[in-house]
Design a protein around this ligand. Structure first.
Ligand code: SF4
Ligand code: SF4
Length: 178
């Protein structure tokens, strides 16, 4: 999104997320992308596991943590958690995710309340991870600055000792000392 992608493509995040993103990225507030409004036909994502290359991109895209997998490993959709939003499809580099339309009258396995709770939990976890990444970056920067200050102090001490030696040797040459 920081690169310009749409900020209105998160159905579980709803208007609150669109408003927060618009403020954060200084962008216009838009209504939720109508293509992502609940579909009249319930759907379920399905990963063709034999084609999956384990890139993890779909896991990052799923707003309700309905995809299981680890980097370089096969991934799979937890059918009972998938809301059929389709957000995992575009990032897949090998197009191995399909959105299966379910029977019009089929009861979805997921509930809106549970999906909202999972989306909230995911948002909290993501912001904690971002914060801890930022803390780690600041700690690395502080450690690098400390190392640079110490190196500078050592260089200054060496320069002072050299200057003192030169002064003593010049004093000897001019008949002072001894
Ligand atoms: S369709 Fe939506 S809820 Fe289902 S796995 Fe993909 S991103 Fe997650
Ligand atoms: S984005 Fe596609 S290839 Fe990558 S882990 Fe998910 S299903 Fe597998």
């Amino acid at each position: 999104m920081a690169g310009g992608e749409a900020i209105n493509r998160c159905p579980p995040g709803g208007d609150a997320t669109i408003l927060a993103l618009a403020a954060l990225l200084d962008r216009d507030v838009l209504p939720l992308d109508p293509a992502l409004l609940p579909s009249p036909a319930p759907a379920l994502a399905f990963i063709r596991e034999e084609d999956c290359i384990g890139c993890f991109k779909c896991v990052r895209a799923c707003p309700v943590d309905a995809i299981l997998g680890a980097p370089q490993m096969m991934h799979t959709v937890v059918a009972a958690e998938c809301t059929g939003c389709g957000l995992c499809l575009p990032p897949c580099p090998v197009d191995c995710i399909e959105l299966l339309e379910l029977a019009q009258d089929s009861e979805p396995a997921w509930s809106r309340d549970v999906a909202q709770r999972r989306a909230d939990a995911r948002r909290e976890r993501t912001s904690r991870e971002l914060l801890s990444d930022r803390d780690a970056r600041e700690a690395r920067r502080a450690a690098a600055a400390l190392r640079a200050r110490r190196a500078q102090t050592v260089r200054e001490s060496i320069d002072r000792v050299r200057a003192r030696r030169v002064a003593i040797e010049r004093g000897r040459d001019n008949g002072f000392g001894n």
